[in-house]
Write a protein that binds this ligand. Structure first.
Ligand code: NAD
Length: 252
């Protein structure tokens, strides 16, 4: 099994459509012990959804915008496992105003950047005391090298997220911690449905991706996350792996 004996912290399980749900499911199937995070009133939903995983998974409280939660994270995780081999960042949020490029306020933009980009550094730093033996940090992006329809300031936040991954890789490398992200094609999750006009991506992907693309299937992206958590990418860090049916490689 790919993740035999590994202990992982997986953020971002909300519904069973969540990319993180499929990461947690596959990770357990591949032999990992998984601790989940959730926060506030979403914890109730995460708790119900976690029952659909192959194995029970404890849930610790973490709002990545809350400094107290970040400071307490290592101790909260230690109640369930002694240390961690990997951390999955599957968190994204932007206020509705952020999806209107020319009218967004700094408040909209700063929230998007804090929760969707800065949080990669914040989460990694909070989990660092548990990764003394090295490890793997994996996040999820929507290729931010381009200007997309409607993605707007979330696209800018994702560009910051991708840059954060590279700086994190630079600073964590000497401690044996690899940092990589998966750039997924559009998947019909709660976060995606909150983007006004998300259907535009769905249509474009279906007709352009060389391998085709199923917006209802999070498994390909989740498999790539599991692979990056495993020992099979030992010399890869600061990387962005596309799991988009090949869409990024064609011009029209
Ligand atoms: P999702 O709505 O299922 O997951 C988003 C998660 O972020 C939720 O679990 C939510 O609770 C969590 N979250 C939001 N604010 C938080 C906070 N302050 N603290 C802690 N957690 C918080 O949607 P998803 O599509 O599975 O999103 C997971 C990741 O995948 C995101 O980074 C998203 O941008 C990325 N992604 C999604 C798609 C897509 O089309 N769905 C494509 C590429 C990348």
């Amino acid at each position: 099994m790919l993740l035999e004996g590994k202990k992982l912290l997986v953020t971002g399980v909300l519904m069973d459509s969540s990319i993180a749900f499929h990461v947690a499911r596959l990770a357990q199937e591949q032999g990992a012990q998984v601790v989940l995070t959730s926060f506030g009133r979403t914890t109730k939903i995460t708790t119900a959804i976690a029952r659909r995983l192959p194995e029970p998974a404890p849930i610790v409280e973490l709002d990545v915008a809350n400094p107290d939660d970040l400071a307490a994270l290592a101790d909260r995780v230690r109640e369930h496992v002694d240390d961690l081999d990997g951390v999955v960042h599957s968190i994204g949020f932007a206020p509705q105003g952020a999806f209107d490029f020319m009218n967004a306020t700094w408040e909209d933009v700063s929230t998007a950047v804090q929760i969707s980009a800065f949080s990669l550094q914040a989460l990694t730093k909070a989990a660092l005391p548990l990764m003394g033996e090295g490890g793997s940090v994996v996040g999820l992006t929507f290729d931010a090298r381009y200007a997309w329809p409607v993605y707007d300031w979330m696209g800018v936040a994702k560009a910051a997220f991708e840059a954060t991954n590279r700086y994190l890789a630079r600073d964590m490398g000497p401690q044996g911690i690899r940092c990589n992200i998966v750039s997924a094609g559009p998947i019909r999750t709660t976060a995606a449905k909150s983007i006004p006009g998300f259907e535009q991506f769905e249509e474009a992907w279906g007709s352009r991706a060389p391998l085709g693309w199923d917006v209802k299937d999070a498994e390909p992206a989740a498999r790539a996350v599991v692979a990056l958590l495993s020992d099979w990418f030992p010399a890869t860090t600061g990387e962005m792996v596309h799991v988009d049916g090949g869409y990024h490689s064609v011009g029209a």
